[in-house]
Design a binder for this molecule. Structure first.
Ligand SMILES: NC(=O)c1ccc[n+]([C@@H]2O[C@H](COP(=O)([O-])OP(=O)(O)OC[C@H]3O[C@@H](n4cnc5c(N)ncnc54)[C@H](O)[C@@H]3O)[C@@H](O)[C@H]2O)c1
Length: 364
């Protein structure tokens, strides 16, 4: 049903600049194409460090407000992810409103690519939820401003194993900080979500001798991963309350929230999911008070962006691995910074990113 709103009510809303998620975004572009049914929004948050890079998400949003909110939030997140990782990239993201299974056609993707091209390289797209490498290959036929294309077409290929390796590095740094050693042998680790990244993380963890428990809503997948890596399937009904050394959220965001935070017994949280803290300030601070070492998500899951950055900078696998391994040093530095400054680890990571952006602005 269409929401009916009077023009007086509309005036009070401040549709874009007054959105809660609006954080001085440089540009928000609405794209519409009647013939293909394309309805997309590109959010360009900040381009001080370089072109705004971030994936395209295709999702059946409940409302256009939700789509706008998502693109604003996600593009902002990309700015800080690139900045804290030391990449010369800004933050951007695109959302296409619709069901990727039924509404994504080659024509729609090509039209979307043309819109990206019209931004002249200020925004560079990549894969996100609802997109496949083949979609990026298609977009590449109409614009060079796309990354994450297939290896056969000269791209850096699947980012998930690199993302998982970065998460593993961040987890080791957090373990060093929390337990005095970065060796994960015999540590009890719960991996929630064993998709592309979760599986590769399980592989890294089992190679090091960690005691891994896996959790997923997909039973067939659970059995497949259990058999492949000899890990345990979690069979309880409240994972958060379990005794464990490390909780690795690798499914959805916001799992650290009002209903889970008081139950958590993990000593370290380190996972791939974006936006793990339902509220960065409230839940970040609560983790600090509880003495749980939280490795900020946007810092340790940056392997994927390091992988696609290689396509722009023309560096190879060795440099990708080197940059990803450096997540260990950055995480340790940020955990120490947080302690020294008496702030949350999320805030400490954010401060490092913001300082880099401010310094570059001054140089200009
Ligand atoms: N792929 C990357 O390179 C990358 C990079 C950065 C961040 N991330 C983030 O990491 C997370 C995982 O990414 P992915 O590429 O592995 O996704 P994926 O879709 O391959 O896997 C997600 C898995 O989580 C499971 N899942 C969904 N809801 C669940 C629930 N409530 N409880 C338990 N399991 C559940 C799904 O069944 C699936 O197996 C996502 O949040 C993604 O945004 C991924």
């Amino acid at each position: 049903m269409t929401e009916v709103i009077t023009s007086n009510e509309l005036k009070k809303i401040a549709p874009v600049f007054g959105q809660l998620s609006f954080d001085d975004h440089e540009q928000v572009v609405f794209c519409n194409d009647k013939d293909t049914g394309l309805k997309a929004i590109v959010g360009i948050h900040n381009t001080v460090l370089g072109p705004a890079l971030g994936g395209t998400r295709m999702w059946q949003y409940n409302s256009e407000w939700d789509a706008l909110n998502d693109v604003l939030r996600l593009s902002r997140g990309m700015t800080f992810k690139a900045a804290v990782t030391g990449l010369n990239l800004g933050g951007g993201k695109a959302v296409i409103i619709g069901d990727a299974k039924t509404q994504k056609t080659p024509e729609l993707m090509l039209r979307f690519g043309e819109f990206i091209h019209s931004l002249g390289g200020k925004y560079i797209t990549a894969e996100d939820v609802g997109m496949a490498t083949s979609d990026m290959d298609l977009v590449r036929t109409v614009t060079p401003f796309v990354t994450g294309i297939s290896e056969e077409k000269g791209g850096a290929g699947n980012p998930s194993p690199i993302t998982a390796y970065g998460v593993f590095m961040g987890m080791k740094a957090a373990a060093k900080y929390a337990f005095g050693s970065n060796v994960l042998e015999d540590k009890v680790v719960y991996v929630q979500g064993i998709g592309n990244v979760g599986e590769a993380l399980v592989e890294n963890l089992t190679n090091e001798g960690a005691k891994v428990y896996i959790d997923d809503i997909n039973q067939a997948r659970l059995e497949e991963i259990r058999d492949k890596y000899s890990v345990n399937i979690y069979t309880g009904n409240n994972l958060y309350a379990e005794e464990m050394d490390i909780y690795a959220p690798c499914a959805l965001g916001a799992t650290i929230n009002d209903s889970t935070i008081d139950l958590l017994k993990a000593k370290v949280i380190a996972g791939a999911a974006n936006n793990q803290l339902a509220d960065e300030n409230i839940h970040g601070m609560r983790l600090r008070e509880k003495g749980i070492v939280y490795a900020p998500d946007f810092l340790i899951n940056a392997g994927g962006i390091i992988n696609v950055y290689a396509e722009l900078e023309n560096y190879g696998k060795q440099e990708i691995i080197r940059k990803t391994e450096n997540i260990y040093n950055t995480t340790l530095e940020i955990l120490n910074n947080a302690e020294a400054a008496g702030v949350t680890t999320h805030q400490a990571a954010f401060d490092v990113a913001q300082a880099r952006i401010d310094a570059r602005k001054k140089e200009r």
